[in-house]
Design a binder for this molecule. Sequence first.
Ligand SMILES: Nc1nc2c(ncn2[C@@H]2O[C@H](COP(=O)(O)OP(=O)(O)O)[C@@H](O)[C@H]2O)c(=O)[nH]1
Ligand SMILES: [Mg+2]
Length: 326
Amino acid sequence: MSEAEEKNEGSLWRRLKDGLSKSRGALAEGVGNLLLGEKEVDESVLEELETALLLTDVGVDATQDIMAALSQRVRRRELNDTTALHAALAKLLKDMLVPLARPFAVSDAKPFVVFFVGVNGVGKTTTIGKLARRLQKEGKSVLLAAGDTFRAAAVEQLKVWGERNGVDVIAQDQGADSASVVYDAVQAAAARGHGVVLADTAGRLQAKTNLMEELKKIRRVVSRLDDEAPHEVLLVLDAGVGQNALGQVEEFDAAIMLSGLVITKLDGSARAGILFAIAHKLKKQGRKLPVYFVGVGESVEDLRPFEPGAFVDALLALDIEGGQSS
Ligand SMILES: Nc1nc2c(ncn2[C@@H]2O[C@H](COP(=O)(O)OP(=O)(O)O)[C@@H](O)[C@H]2O)c(=O)[nH]1
Ligand SMILES: [Mg+2]
């Protein structure tokens, strides 16, 4: 790694760690003793850890499993002090998230079509803007589709991201049929030689049935152009909604069959634990659904590929460790 790359890596790590500071705070506060010094592991340490996990929204089911695994090892005297417990916790948390990790890969479909779905305000449009930049950096030619035709502001917002990135945006007026906007975009991309279409969609919850029907229609219409399209259907989730995220995964998956998740606003929330709740539930259901990216801020660099190891390390990082993290 060159010095510049190393510096960049360092600052990316910093961003992730800073982004997770609220959740880290919630965890560290609850397990101050656990994180800070050698101490014998007793019931009270385990109780503090359990509370901390619940406070960061790991959820009751996943927390129970984690605590059962750790308690068993404590009883077998495998984890005698809090340093060992901390290491065991980190390993366990990483192992839980590994099945969720898969790099986001764009095939050479012409074009590769990605839908972004999710309720209003979760960060769909922002994520599209960030991902457009990332893909451009990888040499991809990107076209945006303003499929959220429900609000005029939504179309404008996507156009702003388009201008910022120097990327074309296919849009129609507010109230237009979003399936036709996305269809036009896919057709335009094929004609103009764009490799990737990122399609925004509406997220109004007031008319849930209509929303789900509209999403199905977009899928149906686009598959007429390429029966493998959309190649990805990404549900964007706001970490701040906590356990409600589980219901959103279920509803959208039932309606249009998701292919991946993006978890945003991990910076503004103390609820990064929701990732473990999601991992736990998907595993129980035998449903494989990767988390491709996490959002840790509003700027264009704040979309990070999801890496369980780095994520858990950042979540459990100790400020006193300095070195690696600063
Ligand atoms: N702090 C933070 N804010 C975010 C993140 N992602 C999106 N936002 C903000 O969330 C708000 C709603 O985002 P938007 O993309 O319009 O959501 P949409 O309705 O799903 O398209 C905007 O103010 C974004 O800047 C994130 O990862 N962190
Ligand atoms: Mg939007």
